[in-house]
Design a protein around this ligand. Structure first.
Ligand SMILES: Cc1cc2nc3c(=O)[nH]c(=O)nc-3n(C[C@H](O)[C@H](O)[C@H](O)COP(=O)(O)OP(=O)(O)OC[C@H]3O[C@@H](n4cnc5c(N)ncnc54)[C@H](O)[C@@H]3O)c2cc1C
Ligand code: SF4
Ligand code: SF4
Length: 650
């Protein structure tokens, strides 16, 4: 079984410093701290993985479910329960698990012990199991009677339709393509987002009912915005950024065989471009540029190639046969050093293995043309960054890379044709406030790349907030300030409800004395949910509890430079049940009890006790007898997850 390769990682947690030779008066702490009047309270906080996930998934929650700590209710399988938890925030687990660059993993506290938890490997497992198991989404049977027009069926548009349907609102999703998925379909190639899984995840949203997909329909051309305003209760603009930016070189627009990455990839993904020319140069450094060069190496070229490569790359020529020989010279240039490229590290390594020639820290300076004005090469020179701008290194000599086709992958913006009056034509994007409302356009909302081109998970997170704003707008509710940590938090009250232990409604008559919540039937005793305000840091955890365990790696099917021609097989091979559980077990459950028993074992007063199993949803596993507690805070010290804080409980 593959694990992360770095065996040199060591614990960073140390209870004592070099030279310490005494305990530091534990006796006093234990037997004299009773004057503190502080007893353990249970504090739910947001773990940093969730804090760093732009769609705000309850990652800790679904990892606890996969590892078996949080048990499903009734006879639901672990896989379905985990799927339900993960899709509260994000309805595309199979896609995310494969291609999300996983900022959550960078934020993971486990980095301070050995290595991050393989979050998106487990997310892929959940997504694939959901497809295998045919799991469906819940939705209210009763509709509100409101209907929203959603422009764009990319991740933002589809995620919004999903969230709105959960609130009882119907929608129609318009897209100028014939398939749903936006850039998941027309940008990212099929070996990264397999079409069968993508179609399944889109269809599962439509299967909620009362969500209609209207493909091949461009808003602003086939249907006017005025019609949408008349026929729908609100409009969500989720147009994405489908126009590529050309290189900032004077003659870019005049040279025919210079194209943008989004056009090139759309032609490939539609199945129109089946091969290309032999010499491809792509300028970029992000995911999009990697896709261009990896696709070029896969489709290859044909004998005696005699076309204008821009015709197929820009959709004017439709091929009917596939390439038969490799494109030998596929070059990717980037302004930054390899380790600073924005593309995911493993994608860069894969591209190199597939035979892509990578040139780092170079900037394009001239498109070399022949007597017909066609590009024959791209002149580049070694560069360094001066703030945000590259500048040629002193004394560096320029190199010409031979090119039949130059592809620019340096950014995108929105295509506002026909909808100019609603967007910001200076930026070719849509303006949106903190609630994703379009300023000065009541009933108009915007989310995803059209607001800020970024990642799939970002578009999905914005869509979810926009859906909430639309819901409030439709109900004439005021929009209140968004929480500081704006995520899909675990909801203890919902969990208690699953166990039929929902506290009673607050009774005004009993408001006189709020002390002693252990006897109150309308309060969750001893518990405070600070998830909307606090992210739990690794310094708040007892890291000494965790042994070093190598991260499990997914197997990958990455071809070498010979096998790559015609290789379109899925790249990421998902975990099986055991691997998913093993990797989920590495999670330290930051900010939430994971039932380790440390507090029960180490309490010198036997004040901490386990509650009965049938009475113990996650987070309510232990309780404290405050008559016995002397406030020594040992339980808080030995709590590995930072869930216990000494407070004035009662
Ligand atoms: C090549 C490429 C590779 C990428 N790789 C990754 C990756 O590995 N990981 C990652 O997280 N992100 C990646 N991204 C970024 C990610 O794809 C986007 O952030 C995400 O798709 C944005 O979602 P969206 O719904 O806002 O827009 P889109 O996905 O662009 O969807 C918008 C949809 O609206 C349609 N539309 C536009 N105008 C109209 C109109 N007037 N009427 C009707 N329909 C319209 C568009 O055609 C499109 O189908 C990549 C992007 C590209 C281009
Ligand atoms: S969507 Fe991305 S950031 Fe969020 S949990 Fe999944 S892999 Fe992590
Ligand atoms: S250890 Fe678990 S809960 Fe903590 S940050 Fe990492 S994945 Fe999240």
């Amino acid at each position: 079984m593959a694990t992360s390769p770095d065996d040199t990682l060591v614990h960073t947690f140390r209870r004592y410093n070099d030279g310490d030779d005494t305990w530091g008066s534990m006796n006093e702490h234990i037997f004299q701290e009773d004057t503190s009047y502080k007893c353990p309270t249970y504090i739910q906080k947001t773990p940093p993985c969730q804090g760093s996930c732009p769609s705000g998934e309850d990652i800790r929650g679904w990892l606890q479910i996969v590892r078996g700590i949080e048990a499903p209710v009734g006879d639901m399988s672990m896989q379905e329960y985990a799927f339900r938890r993960s899709t509260t925030a994000n309805p595309f687990p199979a896609m995310m698990g494969r291609v999300c660059p996983a900022p959550c993993q960078e934020g993971c506290n486990r980095n301070d012990v050995d290595d991050f938890v393989g979050i998106n490997s487990v997310e892929q497992y959940i997504g694939d199991e959901a497809i295998k198991g045919g799991f469906t989404f819940d939705r209210p049977d009763e509709l509100t009677g409101k209907k929203i027009a959603i422009v764009g069926a990319g991740p933002a548009g589809m995620a919004a339709a999903y969230q709105l349907r959960k609130m009882g609102h119907a929608s129609v999703v318009f897209d100028d393509h014939d398939e749903m998925g936006g850039m998941m379909f027309y940008g990212i190639p099929n070996y990264r987002t397999p079409r069968e899984a993508l179609r399944h995840e889109n269809q599962r949203i439509l299967d909620m009912g009362d969500i209609e997909f209207r493909g091949n329909t461009r808003v602003g051309k086939d249907v006017s915005v005025e019609e949408l305003e008349n026929d729908y209760d609100a409009i969500l603009w989720a147009l994405g950024a489908k126009k590529g930016r050309g290189l900032f070189l004077g003659n870019w627009n005049d040279v025919p065989n210079c194209v943008t990455a989004v056009d090139f990839l759309e032609a490939f993904n539609k199945g129109d471009m089946k091969y290309t020319a032999a010499n491809i140069v792509c300028v970029g450094g992000g995911d999009t540029s990697i896709d261009v060069v990896s696709v070029s190496r896969r489709i290859g070229t044909v004998d005696a190639y005699n076309e204008r490569p821009e015709d197929s790359a820009e959709g004017r020529l439709i091929h009917d046969a596939a390439g038969t020989q490799p494109c030998d010279n596929v070059t990717l240039t980037a302004l930054f050093a390899q380790e600073d490229m924005t593309a995911a590290e493993h994608e860069v390594h894969d591209a190199i293995r597939e035979g892509v020639h990578l040139m780092n820290e170079v900037m394009p300076v001239e498109i070399i043309t022949d007597e017909n004005g066609r590009a024959t090469g791209l002149k580049v020179i070694a560069c360094e960054m001066d703030g945000n701008m590259p500048k040629a290194k002193e004394g560096a000599e320029a190199t010409i890379i031979p090119a039949d086709l130059i592809v620019s992958a340096i950014g995108q913006f929105g295509d506002l044709d026909g909808v100019e009056d609603y967007g910001n034509t200076d930026k070719n994007l849509f303006d949106a406030d903190a609630f994703y409302q379009v300023p000065n356009k009541p009933g108009h909302f915007a989310a995803g790349d059209i607001v800020r081109p970024h990642l799939l998970t970002t578009a999905i997170g914005q869509a979810s907030i926009a859906a909430e704003s639309i819901h409030k707008y439709l109900n004439n509710e005021n929009l209140r300030r968004r929480p500081k940590v704006d995520k899909h938090h675990f909801d203890m009250l919902e969990k208690l409800g699953e166990y039929s232990r929902t506290p009673d409604a607050f009774d005004e008559a009993k408001k006189e004395d709020l002390r002693g919540t252990d006897t109150l039937d309308y309060a969750v005793h001893n518990f405070d949910d600070r998830s909307e305000f606090e992210i739990v840091k690794s310094s708040e955890l007892f890291l000494g509890h965790f042994d070093k365990v190598n991260r499990l790696l997914r197997a990958e099917d990455v071809p070498d430079n010979v096998e790559v021609l015609g290789h379109f097989k899925e790249r990421m091979i998902g975990f099986d049940d055991t691997q998913a559980k093993d990797e989920a077990e590495r999670c330290m459950s930051c900010g939430m009890c994971f039932e380790c028993d440390n507090c029960v074992i180490f309490c010198p007063q036997d004040a901490v006790f386990r509650v009965s199993r049938e009475d113990a949803p996650i987070g309510r596993y232990v309780d404290t007898d405050y008559d016995r507690c002397v406030g020594c805070h040992i339980c808080a010290d030995v709590c590995p997850t930072g869930y216990i804080e000494m407070g004035l409980g009662g």
